[in-house]
Write a protein that binds this ligand. Structure first.
Ligand code: HEM
Length: 405
C-alpha cells in the first residue's frame, strides 16, 4: 500500500519535471541529440543531452556488473533501499530538516559540496574522504585548492550516523549526499526533483582532478563552458546549474582581485559598474596581501588566507547581489548578471557570450518558473553523473573513511 502511494507520488512529481523539457524563452537549440564526449581522465562514454526517464523506473537495473561508471544514471533505481532500509530517505529527510532549521546556511554548503563531488569523477562521495594513511602531503580531494572552503562535512556525518543507526552498512554516503542535497535545496526554497538511489562510494580520492577540473572563480566563459561540456552539460544546463548561486555566501578572497587588482593591472575590473564597485569595496576592504599578489588565482589566494573561517578574510556576502523577491530560488541571480552586478568574475562572464547571455535574459524575464524547472532537471542529471553501482566501489560506514577490503 505504502509503496503504491510512493509510486503515485513519484509520478505526480515527475510530470512537471518532464514537462520542463520544453525550451525556455531565448533558447532555440533542440536538446535531443546524443553525443559522445571523451571523459576526462578515464574511459570514453556515450552520454545523452536529453533527460530520459531512467529505464530503472520501468524495469530493474541491468548494468550492475558493468565495470564502467554510467553517466546517465540508468543503473540507479527508484527507492533502491525499499527492501534493505525502507526508512532511509525518511531518516535523511528528518535529519536534514532539523539541521536546516538550526543552521540555514547548511543548504548552500551542502549544495556546493554535492556539486564539487559530482563534478570530479561523478557522484561517489570521493570528496568526503579523509586520508586514512596519515599522509601529510594533503593529496586527497578534500584538500585540493577549490575544496578547501567547502563546508558541511560535519552535517553529512551527522546524517550518516542516524542512517547507520537505522540500517548499519547499507546506505552509501554518495546516496546520502545526493538525497540530502535535494532535501536542502527544497527547504531553501528550491524546486523538488526526484533522486534515484543505489550509488556506491568510491574508494579513491581525486586530488589532481579536483585541482585541475573544478571551475575557478576567475575563469572566462569559454573555460567554464568547456569544463561543463566535458561532463555532458550544454550551455543551457550550465547556466541553470550556475543558478545554484542564488543561495549562499562568498568569501571576499574570491573577489578581491576583481575589486583591486584585476589581472595584475592594479585596477578594478573595468566592467564593474561604478556604484556596484563602491558597494562591493565597502563590503570587502582591500587586503594588502591579496592586492599585491599578481597573477595568483583566487583559489591560490584563498589557500594563503587559509579560508575565511579563520581570522583575516572573514567578510562573507550573499553570492547574488540582488535581493531575492521571496523564495531564494527565483530570478535574482540572473537579474544581477543582467545589470552587470555578478560577484564572481565567472558568474558575470555568462553575459559575455551570446548564447549564455540570451539564457540569462530568458531566466531573468519571467517569474522564475523557467529557471526552477530547468534547475530541477539539471540537478537530476547532475545527481546521476558517473555513478558507481552494483559491485563497484563500496558502502562506507563512516563517510570520511574508506572501508578496507
Ligand atoms: C563556474 C562554476 C562555478 C564557480 C567558479 C563557483 C565558484 C564558487 C565560489 C568561489 C564560491 C564561494 C565559496 C566560499 O566563499 O566559500 C561558491 C559558492 C557556492 N557555489 Fe559555486 N561555483 C560554480 C558553480 C556552482 C554550481 C554549479 C553550484 C551548484 C549547483 C554552485 C553552488 C554554490 C553554492 C550553493 C555556494 C555557496 C556556498 C556556501 O554558502 O557555503 N556553484 N562557488
Amino acid at each position: 500500500m505504502v509503496s503504491w502511494l510512493n509510486v503515485w507520488i513519484m509520478v505526480a512529481l515527475l510530470v512537471p519535471v518532464l514537462l520542463s523539457l520544453t525550451n525556455p524563452r531565448g533558447e532555440s537549440q533542440t536538446q535531443t541529440q546524443t553525443q559522445t564526449h571523451p571523459k576526462p581522465h578515464s574511459q570514453k562514454q556515450t552520454q545523452t543531452q536529453t533527460l530520459h526517464l531512467p529505464p530503472s523506473l520501468i524495469s530493474s537495473s541491468s548494468n550492475l556488473f558493468f565495470n564502467e561508471r554510467i553517466r546517465d544514471g540508468s543503473n540507479l533505481d527508484y527507492d533502491f533501499y525499499r527492501d534493505t532500509c525502507p526508512q532511509a530517505e525518511d531518516t535523511i529527510r528528518s535529519a536534514v530538516t532539523r539541521i536546516f532549521f538550526d543552521h540555514r546556511d547548511s543548504a548552500p554548503a551542502i549544495l556546493r559540496l554535492f556539486f564539487h563531488d559530482c563534478f570530479i569523477q561523478g557522484c561517489d562521495a570521493s570528496v568526503l574522504l579523509d586520508d586514512s594513511n596519515g599522509n601529510k602531503n594533503h593529496s586527497i580531494e578534500k584538500q585540493a585548492i577549490p575544496n578547501q572552503t567547502l563546508r558541511g562535512f560535519d552535517k553529512i556525518d551527522l546524517i550518516k550516523e542516524e542512517v547507520e543507526q537505522a540500517c548499519p552498512g547499507v546506505v552509501s554516503c554518495a546516496d546520502i549526499l545526493a538525497v540530502a542535497a535535494r532535501d536542502f535545496v527544497l527547504l531553501a526554497g528550491g524546486p523538488f526533483y526526484p533522486v534515484l538511489t543505489g550509488r556506491r562510494d568510491s574508494n579513491q580520492s581525486f586530488y589532481d582532478e579536483a585541482n585541475d577540473q573544478i571551475p575557478r572563480p576567475d575563469d572566462n566563459v569559454n573555460r567554464t563552458l568547456r569544463l561543463f561540456s566535458l561532463r555532458g552539460f550544454n550551455e543551457r544546463e550550465t547556466v541553470s546549474l550556475l543558478g545554484g548561486h542564488n543561495i549562499g555566501k562568498i568569501g571576499c578572497e574570491f573577489i578581491q582581485q576583481r575589486l583591486y587588482n584585476f589581472q595584475g593591472t592594479g585596477q578594478p575590473d573595468p566592467t564593474i559598474p561604478v556604484d556596484f564597485l563602491g558597494q562591493m569595496r565597502l563590503n570587502c576592504p582591500e587586503n594588502n596581501n591579496t592586492s599585491s599578489t599578481n597573477e595568483v588565482s583566487a583559489f591560490e589566494v584563498s589557500q594563503k588566507e587559509n579560508s575565511h573561517s579563520e581570522a583575516g578574510m572573514s567578510y562573507m556576502q550573499a553570492l547574488s547581489s540582488s535581493m531575492s523577491s521571496g523564495g531564494a530560488f527565483d530570478t535574482h541571480y540572473f537579474q544581477s548578471l543582467l545589470k552587470g552586478r555578478g560577484l564572481l568574475y565567472a558568474d558575470q562572464q555568462l553575459m559575455s557570450h551570446v548564447k549564455t547571455a540570451r539564457l540569462v535574459s530568458a531566466y531573468a524575464s519571467d517569474d522564475g518558473s523557467t529557471f526552477r524547472m530547468d534547475f530541477a532537471r539539471v540537478m537530476l542529471k547532475m545527481s546521476n553523473l558517473d555513478v558507481l553501482t552494483g559491485l563497484q566501489g563500496q558502502v562506507r560506514l563512516n563517510c570520511s573513511q574508506g572501508v578496507s577490503s
